[in-house]
Design a protein around this ligand. Structure first.
Ligand code: COA
Length: 172
């Protein structure tokens, strides 16, 4: 169990009982709109459970997909992850490079939680010897690019190497 702690947050592994929250969050267009080349909102619990399974499949000794929760109240806020990027192609294939990412429930936007969770994940990556860590962001996703900048990541350029889409590429 690779939990991480920051001043306001606990990052813990996802559990089956979180499927309802996953459905609530990823059924929202405003959450999904910049994720991947062909974003599909979740429509049922089976889809949420499949997503939990897919996240587990992307984990290894170091790479992890965390549930982000409020340390004080236990309220779930979203997802933070450190995973191998997926290279463009059909199907997508696992790349050697590692990416950091963040998805928050809209109720948790505008409070610095993504930046706080991202900082905890980048510290964990540094402790684990993973360097550099990349972030790939839809060019229209200003909020996420602002998180990258707050974390001190630098924009490297634009790339279509990952996820069958053109992304802004940031690096630690
Ligand atoms: C990307 C996403 C996580 C950014 O969320 P966010 O709330 O803007 O980012 P943060 O959690 O870092 O919060 C920063 C905001 O909180 C404010 N804030 C309030 N209290 C704060 C605190 N204690 N510390 C830092 N910032 C704080 C900041 O001023 C900033 O607001 P602003 O953008 O109006 O200036 C969110 O838009 C999202 O989940 N989108 C859908 C999924 C997605 O696209 N993910 C990225 C894929 S690449």
């Amino acid at each position: 169990m690779r939990s991480l702690i920051s001043p306001r947050l606990l990052l813990r592994e996802w559990e089956e009982k979180d499927a309802a929250f996953v459905l609530d969050m990823y059924s929202r267009r405003e959450v999904m709109r910049y994720l991947g080349a062909d974003p599909q909102v979740l429509t049922d619990l089976a889809g949420a459970q499949a997503r939990l399974t897919a996240w587990r499949d992307r984990q290894d000794d170091v790479h992890t997909v965390w549930a982000v929760q409020d340390r004080q109240t236990g309220r779930l806020l979203g997802t933070a992850f450190l995973v191998r990027l997926l290279s463009s192609g059909t199907p997508l294939t696992r790349a050697d490079e590692t990416e950091v990412g963040w998805h928050l429930h809209p109720d948790a936007w505008g409070q610095g939680y993504a930046t706080e969770a991202g900082a905890a994940v980048l510290s964990y990556a540094a402790r684990s010897g993973i360097k550099p860590v990349l972030a790939v962001v839809n060019p229209a996703n200003e909020a996420s690019q602002a998180v990258c900048r707050r974390l001190g990541m630098r924009r490297v350029g634009s790339t279509d190497r990952y996820y069958n889409m053109t992304c802004e590429l940031y690096s630690t």
